[in-house]
Design a protein around this ligand. Structure first.
Ligand code: MG
Length: 388
C-alpha cells in the first residue's frame, strides 16, 4: 500500500504531461491508468524540487496610513517551486515595520535546499525543515509553504478548500480598508468602496470619531475597526469601543500594545463587541496565550509562516472558543488566493490586499458580490498575468 501511494503521490508521476491524481484515481479510466503507467518513471519520486525566487515591489493605489506609519509601496518576494514540469507559486509580503525585506528574504531563501526532497506531499517534513533553517523570517517561510501547497494541489488536480472539506459558499464577505485620512478623503474612499459589504477602519489617533462619522455620512454597512495598538489608556479605549458599537462597529482589533495583556484583557472582559489580537498573535503558541486576553485572533499567512500553521491556529482557536479573522498584508493575488482557501472556515475575512495594489502579476481569488472567493482551479487557483 505504501509503495502504491508513493507512486500515485510522487511528483514525477502526476507532474509528467499534466496527468492529475484525480484522473489517475478515476473509476474505469483505463486510458488514464494506462497513461499513468506509461508515464511512470523508472525510479518513482526521482525528480527533485527546485526553489527559485525574485524580488518584486507592489505599487499601492493610495498612500496607506495606519497608526504607526505611511507608505506607497510594499516589497514582496515571489517564489516558485518546480517539480518535473509543474510549478507552484508563492509569495512573501514584507511591510517594512515587520522587519523582513528583499535582503532578509533573499538571504533566508538562499539557505533553503529542497533538492533532497522527492515528494512534495510530505508537507510536514519539508516545512519542518524550512522552519528550522533559521529563526524568524515568517513571510519568507510562508512563500515556500504557499508555493508547496500550490504545487501539491496542482498535482492532485484539486483546490485546497475542497481537499480540506470546506464549502466555498460559506466564505464571509471581505472588508475593505479605509486608511487614516482627512474626513473629505475618507468620504471619497467610502464612496469608491460601494461594492463592499463591510468596511474596515484604521483607528488609534485622535481623529478616530471624525473618520467613523465620515464613513457613516456615506453608508450604513457594518464597520470593523483596527486600533493597531494605538490606544494608550484602557478606560478611554473602552469608552471609544462603546461609542464604536453604537456606530455599528462589529469588532476591534488590537486596542492596546501587544505587551500589555492585562490592559487588553481588561478591555475584552468589559467590551460589548469582540476584541481581537493581531500584533499579539503571530504563530501557533500565541493563540493559547491570547486565550483569556482577547475574544478572537487575526490569523495572517505572512505571520503564521503559511497555510499549514494557519490552519493549526484556526483549529486551536476554535478549541479555545475564540473567534477568527483571516487577514492579510498588501499582497498580490498569490498570497490572497492562498488565504482564500481557508476563508470558508473563518468568522470574518479581511482579504483586500490585492485590491489595494495596481501591479498584480497574478489572477486568482477575485472580488464578487463583496466576497473574495477562491476559484475552482487546483492548488491555490492562480494564473499568471501575461507578461509577468
Ligand atoms: Mg490588524
Amino acid at each position: 500500500m505504501d509503495t502504491t501511494r508513493r507512486q500515485f503521490f510522487g511528483c514525477t508521476l502526476a507532474g509528467a504531461g499534466g496527468a492529475t491524481l484525480a484522473s489517475a484515481l478515476g473509476p474505469g479510466t483505463k486510458a488514464a491508468a494506462q497513461s499513468t503507467r506509461t508515464r511512470r518513471p523508472a525510479v518513482p519520486g526521482s525528480a527533485s524540487m527546485k526553489l527559485t525566487f525574485r524580488p518584486y515591489t507592489l505599487e499601492l493605489r493610495h498612500v496607506f496610513t495606519i497608526a504607526t506609519s505611511s507608505r506607497t509601496t510594499t516589497p514582496v518576494m515571489l517564489t516558485e517551486i518546480a517539480c518535473d514540469g509543474v510549478t507552484g507559486y508563492g509569495e512573501a509580503s514584507m511591510p517594512p515595520y515587520l522587519g523582513e525585506s528583499h535582503e532578509t528574504a533573499a538571504a533566508f531563501l538562499s539557505k533553503v535546499d529542497l533538492s533532497p526532497f522527492r515528494d512534495p506531499f510530505k508537507l510536514e517534513e519539508i516545512l519542518a525543515y524550512v522552519d528550522g533553517v533559521a529563526p524568524g523570517n515568517p513571510a519568507a517561510k510562508a512563500s515556500i509553504d504557499i508555493a508547496l501547497h500550490d504545487l501539491a494541489g496542482k498535482l492532485m488536480g484539486q483546490p485546497w478548500w475542497r481537499v480540506w472539506g470546506y464549502d466555498r459558499a460559506t466564505t464571509p464577505p471581505t472588508s475593505f480598508t479605509i486608511g487614516i485620512d482627512t474626513p473629505e478623503v475618507v468620504r471619497q474612499k467610502t464612496q469608491e468602496a460601494a461594492g463592499y459589504k463591510v468596511l474596515k477602519v484604521k483607528l488609534g489617533r485622535d481623529t478616530d470619531r471624525q473618520i467613523v462619522e465620515a464613513i457613516r455620512s456615506v453608508t450604513k454597512v457594518p464597520i470593523t475597526a483596527d486600533a493597531n495598538q494605538g490606544w494608550k489608556d484602557r478606560v478611554q479605549a473602552l469608552d471609544e469601543i462603546q461609542w464604536l458599537k453604537e456606530q455599528g462597529v462589529v469588532f476591534v482589533e488590537q486596542p492596546m500594545a501587544k505587551d500589555r495583556p492585562d490592559d487588553n484583557a481588561w478591555i475584552t472582559e468589559r467590551s460589548p463587541i469582540p476584541i481581537l489580537g493581531d500584533e499579539a498573535v503571530q504563530r501557533l503558541p500565541d493563540v493559547r496565550k491570547a486565550s483569556g486576553v482577547y475574544s478572537g485572533v487575526n490569523i495572517k499567512l505572512m505571520k503564521s509562516t503559511g497555510l499549514r500553521e494557519a490552519r493549526e491556529m484556526l483549529t486551536l482557536a476554535r478549541a479555545l472558543d475564540m473567534k477568527v479573522l483571516l487577514g492579510c498584508m498588501t499582497e498580490t493575488s498569490c498570497g490572497i488566493s492562498a488565504a482564500a482557501q481557508l476563508a470558508p472556515a473563518v468568522d470574518w475575512a479581511d482579504l483586500d490586499g490585492a485590491l489595494l495594489i495596481r501591479n498584480d502579476p497574478f489572477e486568482g481569488a477575485a472580488l464578487a458580490d463583496g466576497v473574495v472567493r477562491a476559484t475552482e482551479a487546483p492548488g491555490i487557483g492562480l494564473t499568471k498575468t501575461p507578461g509577468e
